[in-house]
Design a protein around this ligand. Structure first.
Ligand SMILES: Nc1nc2c(ncn2[C@@H]2O[C@H](COP(=O)(O)OP(=O)(O)OP(=O)(O)O)[C@@H](O)[C@H]2O)c(=O)[nH]1
Ligand SMILES: [Mg+2]
Length: 347
């Protein structure tokens, strides 16, 4: 089972590719496409409201183990660059570049574009990502893409299996009331294993709940391990209490004040004390205000691209997180590159 984000600039062939890889399921600002064949189980997330909404890009990436970054055969755009920055700042993702619409291009041009992708990803977390050229009209390259995806999936399975023994955490992405069943949520088990009748807590609201039933790929199951995409019927809570990104677990840290160690993107206008930014953690996002910035223990008023600094900031609402979660600072007003910094919690 692997969760795969399909991302890229506008008109980069994302939805066409998703439609060839899976069958359309949940559809909101994100669209999910499912594929189930034996033990090959994939859930593809199309961040369809990106680039208009950077949120959908981050959410699709954070819901996934693997990202497919689509680049149309016509070439790289500023938004391709932005997708690369987001993936680099979030770190630790597996993935591939997919040169889409290969039928509209030729071998030379595709090989030149592959070289350009190699150049711009040099010394980022994506420098070893492979590039595959595909066409969803002639089907060229689709089998190669699937084979490479299977190989990445094997790595994901091993990594996820090693997390099955941890305390369970479910990251919620959709929630609704179902007549006769009650509150149902869709989400991903990000660590540990969940079982029917587990008593857990919904964070940040700190509401106790019990797992009434678990579905995985529309089949009732009694248990689900790390990486599984699940539907849960829950006791004791109502859909209206939820927000995207809420966590169901035994324990979360909850705060609206953060001390973060930040690595700024190489291409960004940075930020200054007093700036209004957006703070992303998992699928949660909140407006936040930069209270102070320190570099090597000294207070500064602003930081520029490429810097490392410590930032104290206040979010408008509580965020549920674990100390190992990666945060992202985003500046929605920047016209070109909106992802400013990848951060780790220091306090
Ligand atoms: N010739 C050709 N056309 C393609 C291919 N893939 C997609 N297209 C066309 O390119 C256009 C954009 O494709 P989409 O799949 O909608 O791309 P997208 O990134 O989801 O686009 P938006 O969500 O609108 O930003 C559509 O008109 C598709 O029919 C392909 O492999 N070959
Ligand atoms: Mg689309």
């Amino acid at each position: 089972m692997a969760n795969v984000a399909i991302i890229g600039s506008e008109k980069s062939g994302r939805t066409s590719l998703a439609g060839k890889l899976g069958k359309k399921g949940t559809d909101s600002d994100l669209t999910l496409f499912n594929f189930v064949k034996g033990d090959r189980v994939y859930s593809f997330t199309d961040a369809k409201t990106y680039p208009e909404s950077p949120k959908s890009l981050i959410q699709a990436i954070n819901m996934s183990d693997i990202a497919l970054a689509c680049v149309p055969s016509t070439g790289l755009t500023a938004r391709t660059g932005e997708c690369i920055v987001a993936l680099d700042l979030l770190g630790g993702k597996k993935g591939m570049f997919v040169i889409t619409m290969s039928d509209k291009s030729n071998l030379n041009a595709i090989s030149e574009l592959t070289g350009k992708i190699k150049t711009i990803t040099k010394s980022t977390n994506l420098e070893n990502w492979e590039t595959v050229a595909v066409s969803t009209t002639t089907f060229e390259g689709l089998e190669t893409l699937k084979e490479k995806l299977f190989a990445l999936d094997e790595e994901v399975k091993t990594e996820n299996a090693s997390k099955d023994g941890m305390t369970p955490r479910v990251m919620v992405d959709h929630f609704f009331n179902v007549k006769g069943i009650g509150c149902v949520i869709l989400g991903t088990v990000t660590q540990g294993t969940i079982n029917i009748h587990d008593k857990l807590t919904l964070f940040p609201p700190r509401r106790e709940t019990e797992i009434r039933s678990i579905q995985s790929n529309d089949v009732d199951v009694k248990t689900a391990g790390t990486g599984a995409r699940v539907g849960l019927a829950l006791k004791g809570v109502q859909a209206k209490e939820f927000d995207r990104g809420y966590m169901i677990s035994q324990k979360e840290e909850i705060s609206s004040k953060f001390n973060l160690e930040c690595q700024l993107a190489k291409f960004t206008d940075g930020f200054a004390v007093g700036d209004a930014v957006h703070l992303f953690a998992g699928l949660q996002s909140e407006p936040a205000k930069i209270e102070s910035i320190t570099v090597d223990g000294k207070n500064v008023t602003q930081v520029k691209a490429g810097s490392v600094c410590n930032v104290v900031l206040y979010a408008q609402k509580d965020i549920a997180y674990n100390k190992d979660d990666r945060f992202l600072i985003v500046q929605l007003n920047y016209p070109k590159q909106r992802f400013v910094a990848g951060c780790e919690v220091r306090q």
